[in-house]
Ligand binder design. Structure first.
Ligand code: SF4
Length: 378
């Protein structure tokens, strides 16, 4: 899958999103790389650059750590000497780094337009309304535990912290949800309905004990009976990247590679996860493919940059392809360009921090409660 065309087109309009000074536009790739290396060298131990697995190659090559969002936030906190954390990822990830950072550290996101469409599907006031409406529908909210995927705003995490809830990742969702069912009779899982459904089903919850809560409808669009019958209420949110994969794509892959295997991220739909051979987080996907037998063939249902890197890393011993032949790009992650990275780094060299991410203290305190609960679950 070659996405050079998009990169080329993007270069023409790079300053139209997060505005950049003119001197950061129309730079050659070589000059940009040289200046990023130079700024990094000048900042030395004072800087740590984090690169999420879905980040583009021209940016991730400068990362000191690569990984998923939680792994990166913890890596930054462990780099005590680093005063500046530049997070090449999306907004909620930089917020998590700000929540977990040391007191002397500052976090910057190279492009403030790099959000996450899934995280944006759950807003704090919608969750407040959900809680009030659940009570009106006869649900015991004191026996209802909010569980938020780490792909959510700090404000949503703080709500969970305040209401006895917890954060989960795609790696630990099963353990966290099991813990939450020991605390309450019902979970509200947000913002990703698919991670919630796929994990709940794996844990033995039948589909008829799950219901989708639509924050744009009164009472979530559910009757009182549907709500009370549900062990698992799934927030109506999704990842626009992972929901592009389909069962037909799996059929087409299997027709071409009868011995091939399909591995899917749990943000994919229930049908795709059921039809896949394996499903799990980005870290699980990477580990599984690296340990797979020589000669094996894999179709991977996750973001295209990670799939491309695995394809190059594991060739020629293993064949790795994207399940979607047109490639699924996280377009918001893609907004972090080398130009934006250079602008932030040279700003730090000059003593200016651009795009600092600051989570308000009260929000930080309660988000930390929800994150710490997760970290204590074994
Ligand atoms: S891949 Fe999906 S969940 Fe991940 S950052 Fe992009 S839009 Fe958000």
């Amino acid at each position: 899958m070659d996405i050079q065309l998009l990169t080329h087109v993007e270069k023409q309009s790079i300053g139209e999103r997060q505005p950049l000074p003119d001197r950061y536009l129309r730079l050659s790739d070589d000059e940009m790389d040289e200046r990023i290396v130079a700024a990094k060298g000048t900042l030395g131990e004072r800087l740590v650059i984090l690169g999420h697995h879905y980040q583009r190659d021209e940016v991730i090559k400068f990362a000191d750590f690569t990984g998923d969002s939680l792994k990166l936030a913890r890596a930054a906190a462990s780099r005590g000497a680093a005063e500046f954390i530049v997070f090449c990822g999306v907004h909620f990830m930089a917020e998590s780094a700000d929540i977990l950072r040391g007191p002397h550290q500052k976090v910057a996101l190279p492009d403030l337009a790099a959000g996450c469409s899934m995280a944006d599907m759950a807003e704090e006031d919608q969750l407040e309304i959900c809680w009030r409406e659940l009570a009106e529908l006869g649900v015991d909210v004191n026996a209802t535990v909010p569980v938020t995927y780490i792909n959510s705003s700090a404000a949503i995490k703080a709500f969970c912290g305040k209401h006895g809830g917890v954060v989960c990742t795609s790696t630990n969702a099963a353990g966290v949800m099991s813990w939450a069912w020991q605390k309450g009779e019902r979970l509200v899982m947000l913002p990703d309905q698919h991670l919630g459904r796929n994990t709940g089903y794996k844990l033995g919850v039948p589909l008829n004990r799950m219901a989708v809560w639509d924050p744009h409808e009164i009472g979530g669009g559910l009757t009182a009976e549907q709500t009370r019958n549900s062990t698992l209420l799934l927030w109506k949110g999704h990842c626009s990247v992972h929901t592009r994969f389909t069962g037909q794509q799996i059929d087409a892959f299997r027709a071409k590679h009868p011995d091939g295997k399909v591995i899917a991220h749990p943000e994919c739909t229930f049908d795709v996860v059921q039809a896949a051979d394996l499903s799990g987080s980005t870290e699980f996907i990477i580990e599984t493919l690296r340990k797979s037998p020589k000669g094996s063939v894999w179709a991977v249902a996750t973001e295209i940059h990670l799939v491309n890197r695995l394809m190059h890393e594991l060739a020629p011993d293993r064949t790795v392809v994207t399940l979607d032949p047109f490639g699924c790009l996280c377009s918001t992650m893609f907004r972090v360009s080398p130009n934006h990275l250079l602008w932030v780094l040279e700003g730090l060299v000059e003593g200016t921090i651009h795009n600092q991410i600051i989570v308000p203290e009260e929000t930080k305190r309660w988000s930390r409660v929800a994150l710490d609960r997760m970290l204590e679950i074994r």
